[in-house]
Design a protein around this ligand. Structure first.
Ligand code: SF4
Length: 172
């Protein structure tokens, strides 16, 4: 192609059609992250049964890209706590969280995980946010599978707003 100098005062126009798009790195990375969540279910009681319904064909969490349930923290980035957590289990839960890939997110499912539920006793943790940070809470005893799906959508919205630069700075 021969170079033709553009005359002064004339804006050069090149028709590239739809051969490229422009976007932000945050938008692309967050798009990938929020649509490929790998959940690790920490199920200790009845709420875990509801989660089993969520991954079944009836409710089909794969519509949201989060169906690859993993039982190794190294292969998961979404920790779902479904059920009562006791102080004896607390160090185990903390260790699992720390072994997970970063960035990682946490959903607290149901009254027991979120607040200890009706277990007002010395052995029950009154909310897992005493042990690990929580991104989304699900109300209910038990929460319906639709509530789990709503929590996934809320988490996806939250991930879409995250900044890679800030994550690097803060180190979370
Ligand atoms: S919130 Fe209700 S359904 Fe869920 S683990 Fe506690 S008692 Fe069971």
């Amino acid at each position: 192609m021969t170079y033709k100098p553009v005359p002064a005062g004339v804006t050069p126009e090149i028709n590239l059609g739809d051969s490229f798009i422009t976007t932000r790195v945050d938008a692309v990375v967050n798009w990938g992250r929020r649509n490929s969540l790998w959940p690790f279910p920490f199920g200790t009681a009845c709420c875990a049964i509801e989660f089993m319904g969520v991954v079944s064909s009836m409710f089909d969490i794969s519509r949201f890209g989060a169906e690859l349930v993993r039982f190794s923290p190294r292969q998961a980035d979404l920790l779902i706590i479904a059920g009562t957590v006791t102080y004896k289990q607390a160090p185990v839960l903390r260790r699992i969280y720390e072994q997970m890939c970063e960035p990682r997110w946490v959903i607290s499912a149901g009254a027991c995980a979120t607040s200890g539920g009706f277990y007002d006793c010395y052995c029950t943790v009154p909310g897992i946010d005493e042990i690990i940070p929580v991104d989304v809470y699900i109300a209910g005893c038990p929460p319906r599978p639709e509530a789990f799906l709503e929590a996934v959508v809320q988490l996806q919205d939250k991930i879409a707003q995250e900044s890679i630069k800030e994550q690097r700075t803060v180190g979370v």
